[in-house]
Design a protein around this ligand. Structure first.
Ligand SMILES: [Zn+2]
Length: 138
C-alpha cells in the first residue's frame, strides 16, 4: 500500500502546497524587493516586507551536496529508500532541499527543481537538467 509524504505542515507549508503545480516551481517572491525565498515565511527575508506573492520561478540550479538516507521512521520514506536528498542553489536565489531523482557523478551538476504532488502534498524534486522529461514521477 502506498502512503503519502508526512502530512503535518506549518501554515506557510500549507500555502506552499496550495500554490504547487506538478512539474513547475512556485515560490514566494517579495513584491517590494523581488527576493525569492524558501522556505516560505510570513515576511521577506531581505527587507521584511509583508507583501509576498507566489510566483513561477526559474527551475535551474546547481547541486551543492547530496546524501542518501538509508533508514526512516516514516512509512512514506521507508517505501522509497534509499532516498537521495540534495541541497540545490537555485539560479533565482534560495538554497532548497529536494529529492534527487537520479544519482549524480561528482562535479558541477546542473539540476532542475520542481514540485511533485504526491497524495495531495508537494515535495521538491531535483533532476539532472537534461533528463527532466525522462523522470518517472512516482
Ligand atoms: Zn523584500
Amino acid at each position: 500500500m502506498s502512503v503519502g509524504p508526512p502530512a503535518l505542515r506549518s501554515p506557510q507549508g500549507i500555502k506552499l502546497d496550495e500554490h504547487a503545480v506538478d512539474g513547475e516551481l512556485t515560490l514566494q517572491q517579495c513584491s517590494a524587493c523581488q527576493t525569492v525565498q524558501y522556505p516560505p515565511r510570513e515576511l521577506c527575508r531581505h527587507c521584511l516586507g509583508d507583501e509576498l506573492n507566489w510566483s513561477a520561478v526559474s527551475r535551474g540550479g546547481d547541486l551543492l551536496a547530496y546524501s542518501e538516507l538509508q533508514h526512516s521512521l516514516e512509512p512514506f520514506f521507508q517505501e522509497q529508500l534509499p532516498w537521495r536528498l540534495a541541497s540545490v542553489k537555485l539560479d533565482c536565489g534560495p538554497v532548497v532541499l529536494a529529492r534527487l531523482t537520479a544519482s549524480c557523478p561528482p562535479g558541477n551538476i546542473r539540476l532542475e527543481v520542481s514540485h511533485a504532488i504526491q497524495a495531495g502534498s508537494s515535495i521538491l524534486q531535483a533532476s539532472p537538467a537534461n533528463t527532466v522529461n525522462a523522470v518517472n514521477k512516482a
